[in-house]
Design a protein around this ligand. Structure first.
Ligand code: ATP
Ligand code: MG
Length: 140
């Protein structure tokens, strides 16, 4: 399996409840390495651009205000098959449907405040990493 990099966000519901360390432990226990990480407030313009694919969806406005409601932790995770592996570690978007032991099953509040974002394809991972990190900020 190829070594890949994927982009991750620990969302405001999780930083508010001080869950950064417990979420990072899930990544590390599953074999992913955190090769870049910074805590930040994202702007409305950044949130709208980042989730631009969902612009026409009814939840878009709520999602943008949620993502700008508090600090987030922006991350690059590296490991074998990292993009799919991270999606498995995260669990389903709706925590009611997430498998036991996943981050969303354990920590998410609801389908919107669901604690983590993870890239869903190699192409999006590359775009999302470049959106938030300069190459020299990533230390593999
Ligand atoms: P993410 O892109 O954040 O990793 P995902 O790929 O599992 O999550 P998407 O369908 O891309 O899910 O939705 C992006 C985000 O929009 C979700 O993580 C969630 O925060 C929010 N969202 C998705 N569906 C809904 C919904 N029906 N109601 C409210 N918020 C939603
Ligand atoms: Mg998504």
């Amino acid at each position: 399996m190829p070594t890949e990099r994927t982009f991750s966000i620990i969302k405001p519901d999780a930083t508010r409840r001080n869950l950064t360390g417990r979420i990072n432990a899930k990544f590390e226990e599953a074999g992913l390495r955190i090769v870049a990480q910074k805590r930040a407030r994202i702007s409305q313009a950044q949130a709208e651009a980042f989730y631009g694919v969902h612009r026409e969806r009814p939840f878009f406005g709520g999602l943008v205000s949620f993502m700008t409601s508090g600090p987030v932790v922006l991350q690059v995770l590296e490991g074998e098959d990292a993009i799919a592996a991270n999606r498995r570690i995260m669990g389903a978007t709706d925590p009611k449907k997430a498998d036991a032991g996943t981050i969303r099953a354990e920590f998410a509040e609801d389908i919107e405040a669901n604690s983590v974002h993870g890239s869903d394809s190699a192409e999006n991972a590359a775009t999302e990493i470049a959106f938030f990190f300069r190459p020299e900020e990533i230390v593999g």
